[in-house]
Structures are given as structure tokens and as C-alpha cells.
Design a protein around this ligand. Structure first.
Ligand SMILES: [Fe+2]
Length: 283
């Protein structure tokens, strides 16, 4: 079941009456930090917006068990940027698991962010759920691709935990979202990915970043989701690159013991979002 999109600052208490042994997950995505703490992308100071989002999520998700950070972590892929990210994620007070996006360097990420509680695992198992974090980074390209190693590890992990409800996370979207320019840079080998996932009924959800906007749809009973960015958003269903006027945001996923997923998104309601909306893109 999915829930309607909410406003972060109106959600002062959680009245959803969900089972207390649910797994409460925060999804942050696309923070696009820089080595320079004052670094800006399209005029927006990305570290500052991440800090506001983390503060807001801490207020709205008091029972958070863990966080997932789904790529484009550091826009300049600098070690200093990853160190900044690690420092900010520590303010969540729960484990945070990161995966790379097209702007990241997987090797630098894995070297800079490892250990407890901020880490880059391939999978974790908790409260009857398995969460798998895939690396869809295709060096030198904005397109995503799951290489043979990632596909083999995915197959192996799914086979090892057939009785765990499963959530898969990756940066790139695996289905088109009717945004022509974004759909040209989606997961290149989605057929290889779905050929594996379609054989494993324990998969309940697949969530991504990259699209800088919320989307939810079902494919063969599996809930497919995209998350807002912690900085600027892209306009839905646009032909060419277009910035939306929505504020920084994040997704909440509540994973129930019976395999159901309750999810909604939050956007900061009092954030002065100074973004250059006239831009035709960035690199
Ligand atoms: Fe991004």
C-alpha cells in the first residue's frame, strides 16, 4: 500500500498504527555534495540542503531503524566530499548504507565510506527483511548498467535468503517514467535485471534515485519507487532537462513483517530554494 505524499512540517506525529516490529527506513538520494562545503550546483548549496533534510527526517521519523542513500552522493567524486557526507549522515544516529550513482566513483566511495555505522554493504538482513544495494555506475556514462559481478551477486543473495522479504536499491531507474531525457539515461540493461528479479517472489520493492522526483508504480506486483533529491527536483514528464519548483525531500519506507511496504515522501515546506531554474543541464 502506498500513502499520499505528505508535507514534512505537518507530520508532527505518526498515527499510522503500523506493527511495532516493522522496519522503518529513510531513503535519502542525490545529495550531490562537493569537496568544498560551500559548493553549489545550479546555484544551490547542496550541503546546506542535505543538513536541513536530515534535521527534518530526524523530527519526522523518530522510530527510524536505518537510512539508505541511493547515489549521486558526491558530485565531484572527491574523497573530501565523501568524508563530508559521512559526517552529516552520523547526525541520523542510525546505520546509513550508501550506493553509488553516475556522479560517484565507486572505488573512492568504498574506500572512504566503510565500517559502522556508515557503510557500503552489498546487502543487509534485519527484522525479516533483506535489503540489497546494487552498483549501477557505468564509468564515463550517465547511463546505468549492472555488470556481470553485480548481477551474479544479486542472484546469489536472493538465492541465499529466499524467506526474507526483499527491498532492492539502486541509483538508476529500471523502468521508463515518461520523462524523455531521463529515460534516455536509465538502467541500460533492465532486461538482465528483471530476468533475475522476476524469478524471486520474495522481492517486494525496488527503489531508486537519479530521477530527483517521487514516483511509484507496480510491475508484476512489485512496488517500484523513485525518491526526491535532497537538493533540487526535476520536473515530472518533461521532454528536456527541466528543474521543478519542489523543495528538497526524502522518502520514508516502512517495511512490515508480512512483506507489505508503506511509503510516502516529504518535502521541506519552509526552505528558500535558490536554484537556477533556467539552466539547460549540468555535468
Ligand atoms: Fe542526481
Amino acid at each position: 500500500m502506498t500513502m499520499p505524499e505528505g508535507s514534512a512540517n505537518n507530520a508532527t506525529e505518526d498515527n499510522r498504527n503500523l506493527p511495532s516490529d516493522s522496519l522503518e527506513v529513510l531513503q535519502l538520494s542525490d545529495p550531490h555534495l562537493f569537496a568544498d562545503p560551500e559548493g553549489r550546483l545550479l546555484g544551490m548549496q547542496t550541503l546546506l540542503s542535505l543538513q536541513h533534510v536530515i534535521a527534518d527526517a530526524n523530527k519526522n521519523l523518530p522510530s527510524m531503524d536505518l537510512a539508505l542513500v541511493t547515489g549521486d552522493l558526491v558530485h565531484d567524486a572527491s574523497p573530501a566530499g565523501y568524508s563530508l557526507l559521512k559526517k552529516e549522515l552520523a547526525h541520523l544516529g542510525v546505520p546509513a548504507y550508501c550506493l553509488p550513482g553516475n556522479h560517484d566513483d565507486s572505488k573512492i566511495l568504498n574506500r572512504t565510506i566503510s565500517g559502522n555505522p556508515i557503510d557500503t554493504p552489498f546487502s543487509i538482513q534485519k527484522k525479516g527483511w533483506s535489503i540489497i544495494l546494487l552498483d549501477s555506475n557505468l564509468p564515463g556514462s550517465t547511463l546505468g548498467e549492472l555488470n556481470a559481478i553485480q548481477l551474479a551477486k544479486l542472484q546469489e543473495t536472493l538465492s541465499s535468503h529466499p524467506n526474507h522479504h526483499t527491498l532492492i536499491c539502486l541509483h538508476h531507474h529500471a523502468v521508463a517514467i515518461k520523462s524523455q531525457w531521463l529515460d534516455r539515461i536509465m538502467l541500460n540493461n533492465a532486461n538482465d535485471f528483471f530476468a533475475i528479479t522476476d524469478r524471486h517472489p520474495q522481492i517486494k520493492g525496488i527503489t531508486c534515485g537519479h530521477v530527483h522526483q517521487s514516483f511509484e508504480e507496480r510491475r508484476n506486483g512489485v512496488l517500484l519507487m523513485g525518491a526526491p533529491s535532497t537538493c533540487f527536483q526535476f520536473a515530472p514528464k518533461s521532454v528536456d532537462f527541466k528543474i521543478d519548483n519542489r523543495a528538497p525531500g526524502y522518502r520514508r519506507l516502512t517495511l512490515l513483517p508480512d512483506g507489505a511496504i508503506h511509503t510516502d515522501t516529504f518535502h521541506l515546506s519552509r526552505y528558500n530554494c535558490s536554484v537556477d531554474r533556467s539552466s539547460s543541464g549540468y555535468c
